[in-house]
Structures are given as structure tokens and as C-alpha cells.
Design a protein around this ligand. Structure first.
Ligand code: FES
Length: 247
């Protein structure tokens, strides 16, 4: 799953050990940031290096000096020993993925985002062969009110990246997570609850960060054929953090 260490480091730089490899880091870097800088892949979904970490999906969990921690929020320390690509940790990640799959409605073969979806690609990476748990089969309506974009809430994994992009970059607060616990869900900031009644546009950063298939640009869904998409060509582990391709 991980790649060779690509970044030669200065001998005076502080380092930690990730799966037996020496990884340099700078003060304040989290484990995943330092790993990515060295070309090492740690599975993740709610983390995107362009935004403050949210620490919610726990797919990036590692053990750091023997204790479990989310590598997107845990700061690195000198000589820390981190394990990521181990059977017990990957088993836990796979179980989290299975829960995400059954909590929503993920029909990969017919999804516009298939082949570009980080949830799907991470499931392939971690050899998820079945959903294992009973499907919740929620009944979530689509929002096709906007002229250019469709929202399919069935695929939301509550990563909050659209909300972070909208507030931190676009200054708009178009998206938010509402509710608590199992009732947590994505909403848009309009009395009607419809995207068309917000100030969302295709130029917003929030339009381009969804790691799954919730925010979908209309009329381009299958422009790139299945079989030629990002994760059809390379597994998700081939780049420490994949870029989201619009579909
Ligand atoms: Fe770290 Fe989601 S990527 S908790």
C-alpha cells in the first residue's frame, strides 16, 4: 500500500518511523501531512490537505507509540513509532468503510463518480469484498433544483469538506451538517432547503471538493468513460492525496 520514501531529508531534521521507514517532519505537522510530504499513503476520507482537519471519519487511524490516533489530527513527535499498514488497523478501516457503505445508498456501478470516488477507491485499496452489515437503505431525496449542479444526499459520508470549503474559502456557508449522532445529515443554507435558493455557483471551491458523488455537475457525468477514470488507471494509494476530478 505505501510507496518508497521519496524525499531525501536533512540529517538534522527531526524524524519519526512510519511502518519501519524514517520520515522527516517539521514542527506542527500532523502524521498524515508528514507522510504525504514523503510520498507515503495513509488511507483517509475527510482529510484534504487544503483544509483544516476535521478528524471525523477515522479512516486515517494509526497507532502512534502504541496508541490509536487519527493521523490527520495527531501531531508528529521526534522518534515516534507509527504503524499504519498493518492487518489489525486495515481490518478496522475496512469495518468503518463497510459502515459508511451501508449507512447511505452507494450504487457504484451506476454512479457518475465511479472510478473517481475516494470511498470506492479506498474500499478497493483495503480489499472490501462485501458491505458485511445490513443496509440502512435510507430514503433521501435528490436535489436537482440548481441549474448546473445536482445533490445526491444518498452518497454523503459527512466528511464536511463542502461545508469547510464553502465557509473557509468561498465565505458563503452554503453547506452545513445538521442533527446529531445517527441523525447527522448534510443541509444547504436556504429556507426551502434547495440548492437553487442558495448563492452556490460552479466557481465555488465547494463545488470541487466532494470525495464521493454528492455534488455532481449536470450533463457531464459520463464524459470520461468508466475504465478510464482516475482510480481505474491508478489505485488510490498511488498518490498520497488524490485530486478530486469533477464529473
Ligand atoms: Fe482523519 Fe478522516 S481522514 S479522521
Amino acid at each position: 500500500m505505501s510507496q518508497n520514501n521519496k524525499t531525501p531529508h536533512n540529517k538534522n531534521q527531526a524524524t519519526f518511523i512510519l511502518d519501519g521507514k524514517t520520515i522527516p517532519f517539521t514542527e506542527g505537522q500532523t502524521i498524515i501531512q508528514a507522510a504525504m510530504a514523503s510520498g507515503e499513503y495513509i488511507p483517509h476520507l475527510c482529510f484534504n490537505p487544503e483544509f483544516k482537519p476535521h478528524g471525523s471519519c477515522k479512516i486515517c487511524t494509526v497507532t502512534a507509540n502504541g496508541r490509536q490516533a487519527a493521523s490527520c489530527t495527531q501531531q508528529t513527535q521526534a522518534d515516534m513509532v507509527v504503524e499504519s499498514n498493518t492487518k489489525p488497523i486495515n481490518d478496522e478501516r475496512r469495518a468503518l468503510l463497510q459502515m459508511l457503505f451501508v449507512e447511505g445508498n452507494h450504487f457504484c456501478p451506476s454512479c457518475e463518480k465511479s472510478g473517481d470516488c475516494q470511498l470506492q477507491a479506498t474500499a478497493y485499496e483495503l480489499n472490501m469484498m462485501s458491505p458485511h452489515f445490513d443496509h440502512f437503505s435510507p430514503d433521501r431525496p435528490l436535489d436537482s433544483s440548481h441549474a448546473e449542479y445536482l445533490l445526491d444526499y444518498n452518497r454523503c459520508i459527512l466528511c464536511s469538506l463542502c461545508a469547510r470549503a464553502s465557509s473557509d474559502v468561498d465565505g458563503k456557508n452554503v453547506f452545513s451538517l445538521a442533527g446529531r449522532g445517527i441523525k447527522t445529515h448534510l443541509i444547504v443554507n436556504a429556507k426551502s432547503g434547495k440548492l437553487a435558493d442558495t448563492d452556490f455557483t460552479g466557481d465555488d471551491k465547494a463545488a470541487h471538493v466532494c470525495p464521493v458523488g454528492v455534488i455532481i455537475k449536470k450533463r457531464v457525468g459520463f464524459a470520461v468513460p468508466i475504465g478510464k477514470r482516475s482510480f481505474d488507471e491508478h489505485p488510490i494509494s498511488a498518490t498520497p492525496h488524490p485530486k478530486v476530478r469533477d464529473v
